[in-house]
Design a protein around this ligand. Structure first.
Ligand code: HT7
Ligand code: ZN
Length: 898
């Protein structure tokens, strides 16, 4: 197969109006009868019909009930002698497939004895021959037949219209979906499942049945998912006036799933990880993820399903917009302004550690990519998270009401259509003709077409005589594969100014500044939105007595790197006083990152080093002890920047040095703030009965951090009391969050009690697969001591509970080691890389999508210092040399080596 290019898009030559699918479900050999009403697309010149199919056995093709000639060309079924003229014809295709052998988890497969489907992006062609592209939308009727005892529940999209008994202990169910849809939204489920049910009445007064299907023992873990679903439904009605358009909305959980969840029309299929939770088995983080993923899939019903993508290059049309919507929802659910800010910081942290790295590596691609070999490789943080930031910037440029008006226009124009990101942006701009977005739309669209993270550098000048402060902003964007030069972006920069006491200053823009002229008489605002559109632009602010401290890019108003040479003193002022919690957190990150990078670049010994200076430590201490700040915010401020983030700031990376310096900082925080950690633990340890709300989750997070710090300190001081208390907590905690924090504290500190604690934990939860995933992940992600993690990971691969075929389990052990534990993975003897290449190849034979994700673990190899660089290149070359690689893995390793 070869490269697919966006510029080659052509509308389909045929349209499919209706699809009538009939399944005889059998794990070894499922028979699929597909009857379609097809017609020629009048707008496209006559040509043969080419249907996609993969790993299917073709038994029969009939046109209008009669046999017809056909060819099989590669993975396509080609029909040349079809009826001419515009009238529809009946096309009947009979195939079989083998769900039990489907280890790729794309198409129809069996998980723990239950049938599931996954059709996005191109899985429907593994079920039947079809025009497998999102701009072909049809009405579906689906009949499922299966053994009643083994598969009592038979589900598909839409409404159940008929069900009954068949001979030989079999039964059937017929489902009709009232909405036209692309085939990637098709789904079926058949197996032994039970459901939590909830009836609701929408704001429009319509009744709906909500169901969450799980295996029998898991029903007690569905309450939070149901609450999240109800909250999401209510939120979309209030915020965007969007209601549920189905009588029945179903969620089904499976433990074998390549991603998080899938928004099939009316029948969402979820990874169990994003459905199942009770206080004993799930952490606060799990609860938060469930809330956001349930909402995300539900929101797709409008942004993705009612209005879908014209082609897969437009993926961010639905994903960027839906991530933006789920982020907004999660912020609203968090409640208080500071809890909202915590969510924002968490989202930005993901963007900056993962997406910025992607954007400067070999897989860098625009939010709307121009080409791909395998579309599954483009379900990326760029398409999702950066895509969400682009929608957020549109919101910023048109305001909240303007954005709601734009969304309304988008649905008025495009409901029921398959469209492009240009259509979306045009709707937002057209609803706000006087906005900066409308004025600059073609330039704004560069965000979708140019890859790479823009850098904005800021320079300031103060003129005491004129009492004028000048801010010069300049933008640039580094080259990315295939894009050596970039044109300037539209960059919204939120700004406030503070005096040296941390008091906010009014922002008086002078008339010649290119910004909107000041209306006299009104009080000058304390925050402004500057819009940078040129390569270089200057803004003036008047009426200032001294050089102010600028708070730039507040709330992270654009997905850029801001280069500004803050003095330490300025950062300390912002950390203590900025009214924008995001920039307050950012000030701490800048201070700590600066110290870490200075130390990494020096040749000082890292062991027992004092990397952080007294002023920074003091500032962190005052945040920790602050009487008014939220615990969750404190935990974020005191979390050290990730090793991958530090590595991204360096031109050449010695991963062991980065790791050692970060460990030294942690030790320093643990020892120098020891009394404060004791205080933090005592103040936050008890939270009463478990509730997953943001406030109590924040308290648990800070208590957990304190425990880790106390165990790390104990390692240095020989103290036995805190590790002992922590071990006790592993045993007697009343919820998983507290228990796991305690276990993780012992493992992170490398304390001798970690081993018995891990055993105790395993014994308690050996029948809970999602908890056992945590158990594997914790061990694979533990700090390396003398190279002990890799042998442990190899040993754990032999554990009876390990199974490479299960993506959650593979992620928990293999990905946690290769992707999330740089200190242990980047071994000087290259053994980590050898392990990686073995696993990529092994996984590729089972599940190419998952293998390709693992393959990306080494894509930043060119930044590594020797000997890692050469060793990594060799390991990648070894993978690339293997004949018969999947397209998925081949695309990743070829790009990495280019
Ligand atoms: N839209 C869903 C994408 C998805 C997926 C893509 C490729 C292979 C497997 C997959 N499972 C789900 C997820 C979402 O963004 O909502
Ligand atoms: Zn999505």
């Amino acid at each position: 197969t070869s490269v697919i290019r966006r510029e080659d898009y052509a509308p389909p030559a045929y349209l499919i109006d209706t699809v009538d699918l009939c399944f005889d479900l059998d794990p070894a050999k499922t028979r699929v009868l597909n009857r379609m009403r097809v017609r020629r697309n009048p707008d496209v010149p006559a040509q043969p019909l080419r249907l996609d199919g993969e790993e299917l056995n073709l038994a029969r093709v009939l046109v209008n009930g009669a046999g017809t000639s056909f060819k099989l060309e590669g993975n396509q079924l080609v029909l040349e002698s079809l009826p001419e003229g515009p009238e529809p014809f009946e096309l009947e295709i009979f195939t079989t497939c083998a769900p039990a052998k489907n280890t790729q988890l794309s198409g129809l497969y069996v998980s723990e004895g239950t049938f599931f489907t996954q059709c996005e992006a191109e899985g429907f062609r593994r079920i039947t021959y079809f025009l497998d592209r999102p701009d072909v939308m049809a009405s579906y009727t689906v009949t499922l037949r299966a053994d009643r005892a083994q598969y009592p529940v038979l589900l598909s999209n839409g409404n159940l219209v008929e069900q009954g008994e068949l001979e030989g202990g079999r039964h059937f169910a017929r489902w009709v979906d009232p909405h036209r849809k692309p085939c990637y939204l098709f789904a079926l489920v058949a197996g032994k499942l039970v459901a939590r049910e909830q009836r609701i009445v929408s704001r429009l007064g319509k009744e709906h049945l909500l169901q969450i299907y799980v295996r029998a023992g898991d029903l007690d873990k569905t309450e939070h998912a149901m609450n999240s679903l109800m909250a999401a439904i209510a939120w979309d009605e209030v915020r965007f006036g969007l209601s549920l358009d189905l009588e029945r909305f179903m969620i089904v959980a499976t433990s074998d799933f390549n991603m998080g969840a899938m928004e099939n029309k009316g029948l969402n299929i979820f990874n169990t990880k994003y459905v199942l939770a009770n206080p004993a088995t799930a952490t606060d983080t799990d609860y938060a993820h469930i809330e956001s993923v349930v909402a995300h899939e539900y929101f797709h019903n409008w942004t993705g399903n009612r209005v879908t993508c014209r082609d897969w290059f437009q993926l961010s049309l639905k994903e960027g917009l839906t991530v933006y919507r789920d982020q907004e929802f999660s912020q609203d659910m968090a409640g208080s302004p500071s809890a909202r800010a915590v969510r924002r910081i968490e989202d930005v942290r993901v963007l900056r550690t993962l997406q910025f790295a992607e954007d400067s590596g070999p897989m860098a691609h625009p939010v709307r990519p121009d080409q791909y070999l395998e579309i599954n490789n483009f379900y990326t943080v760029t398409v999702y998270e950066k895509g969400a930031e682009l929608v957020r910037m549109m919101h910023t440029l048109v305001g909240t009401e303007g954005f709601a008006a734009g969304m309304k226009l988008y649905f008025e124009r495009h409901d029921g259509q398959a469209v492009t990101v240009d259509d979306f942006a045009a709707a937002i701009a057209d609803a706000n003709p006087d906005s900066e977005l409308a004025r600059r739309l073609p330039q704004f669209m560069r965000w979708y077409s140019q890859a790479g993270t823009p850098h904005v550098s800021a320079e300031t000048h103060f003129d005491p005589a004129a009492r004028r402060w000048t801010l010069k902003l300049s933008q640039s964007c580094p080259p990315t594969p295939g894009q050596p030069h970039k044109e300037p972006f539209v960059i919204p920069v939120r700004l406030a100014l503070f005096d040296r006491d941390g008091q906010p200053l009014p922002l008086r823009v002078s008339a010649d500044a290119g910004a909107a002229a000041e209306t006299t008489g009104e009080a000058a605002p304390l925050e402004r939105l500057l819009v940078l559109t040129e390569r270089e632009q200057t803004f003036h602010f008047d009426g200032l007595d001294a050089p102010p401290v600028p708070s730039l890019l507040r709330g992270f108003s654009a997905p850029i790197v801001l280069d500004f040479d803050y003095t330490d003193e300025e950062l300390l002022i912002l950390l203590a006083h900025d009214s924008d919690p995001f920039n307050r957190w950012e000030a701490a990150q800048r201070l700590v990152t600066r110290r870490a990078l200075d130390f990494i670049r020096s040749d000082a010994e890292a062991k027992d080093a004092k990397v952080l200076d007294p002023a920074t430590l003091e500032a962190l201490r005052s945040v920790l002890r602050h009487p008014a700040l939220d615990a969750a915010f404190k935990e974020l401020v005191l979390t050290l920047p990730a090793e991958t983030w530090l590595a991204e700031q360096l031109d050449v990376v010695d991963p062991q040095r980065v790791h050692a310096v970060r460990e030294a900082m942690r030790e320093q925080l643990a020892l120098d703030l020891h009394h404060d950690w004791v205080w933090a633990w005592e103040q936050h340890r008890d939270n009463g009965a478990y509730r997953p709300d943001a406030r109590s989750a924040g308290r648990r997070a800070l208590a957990g951090m304190a425990l880790t710090m106390l165990c790390v300190a104990a390692r240095e001081t020989g103290d036995v009391v805190w590790p002992g208390k922590t071990y006790q907590r592993v045993k007697d905690a009343t919820n998983m969050t507290d228990r796991f924090h305690a276990l993780s504290a012992l493992v992170t500190a490398g304390h001798a009690l970690a081993e018995p604690a891990l055993q105790h934990f395993y014994a308690m939860f050996r029948h809970e697969p999602l908890v056992i995933d945590k158990w594997f992940a914790l061990q694979a992600g533990a700090p390396d001591r003398g190279g002990d993690v890799l042998p442990l990971v190899r040993q754990l691969m032999q554990h009876p509970d390990f199974n490479l075929r299960n993506p959650n389990r593979a992620r928990s052990l293999i990905f946690s080691y290769c992707n999330a534990n740089p200190g242990a993975f980047h071994r000087a003897d290259a053994a980590g890389y050898v392990f990686w290449s073995e696993r990529v190849l092994e996984l590729d034979a089972i599940n190419p999508q998952v293998a390709a994700r693992l393959a990306r673990a080494l894509e930043r190899w060119k930044k590594l210092a020797e000997p890692w660089r050469s060793a990594a290149r060799e390991a990648i070359a070894r993978v690339a040399a293997k004949p018969d690689l999947s397209n998925d893995v081949r695309e990743v390793v070829t790009r990495a080596l280019a």
